[in-house]
Write a protein that binds this ligand. Structure first.
Ligand code: ATP
Length: 210
């Protein structure tokens, strides 16, 4: 897949997530995407209702505030609250179609970790996602396997790119677990998140109960 800009069009990225909390791998992935895909704008989109996650997410206002802190200062990156404002489940295809309508000649890129890519076939209107956006995948140290995994043949037929990113064994789940375990010291988890996010988590006593 060529990384050449579309004729006359902008290069737009979408990076969605629960960001509960946002951590250093999210920031590294956003930076890598902007640089390697030569994006004009990367939209960081905290999810409203995550239909595909079993647990209840932290309040949207906290996740949004932490995302703003985590991604502040990253060039060409905008934290966008449209999924939080939208009623009902947050479907990625709805957001991609809205971004395409706002930027008719843009080439869209969807930035995801390989755990999410492996589950893409259970996403709402996944074929439409593959048609509207180039899928840009980051490898994850601990990809969570799913039954609905993609095979290589399917990948090859669609617009799929791999982002170059060192494996970062960090997840929001691990951070929440460390904080809620009660016997972890701040040193056990604060190095995994941007410093302003660590301060925000402490100030609002997030993740203390499991
Ligand atoms: P949780 O542990 O709560 O499921 P998470 O750490 O996977 O959260 P999300 O907000 O769900 O974080 O992830 C947003 C996006 O970032 C997803 O596409 C996910 O695959 C990707 N991602 C998260 N952590 C990493 C990582 N360590 N390396 C590469 N990609 C990652």
């Amino acid at each position: 897949m060529s990384a050449a800009p579309p004729p006359g069009g902008r290069r737009i990225g979408m990076f969605g997530g629960s960001f509960d909390p946002p951590h250093l791998a999210h920031v590294a992935l956003a930076q890598a995407a902007v640089a390697q895909l030569k994006l004009d704008t990367l939209y960081i989109i905290p999810t409203g209702q995550a239909w595909h996650k079993a647990r209840t997410l932290s309040a949207a206002e906290h996740r949004l505030a932490m995302a703003r802190l985590a991604f502040a200062g990253l060039d060409r990156t905008v934290v966008d609250e449209r999924e939080i404002q939208r009623a009902g489940p947050s479907f990625t295809i709805d957001t991609l179609e809205a971004l395409q309508a706002e930027n008719p000649r843009a080439q869209l890129h969807l930035i995801i970790g390989n755990d999410q890519f492996a589950a893409l076939k259970i996403w709402h209107r996944w074929e439409a996602i593959l048609k509207i956006a180039i899928i840009c995948i980051a490898n994850r140290a601990d990809p969570r396997r799913t039954e609905a995994g993609f095979d290589l043949e399917t990948q090859a037929r669609h617009a799929v790119l791999t982002l170059q990113l060192p494996l970062m064994p960090v997840s929001a789940t691990a951070i929440r677990r460390k904080i809620s375990s009660g016997n972890a010291s701040p040193q056990d988890w604060t190095p995994m998140v941007p410093e302003p996010v660590a301060r925000y988590i402490e100030r609002h006593s997030l993740y203390i109960s499991p």
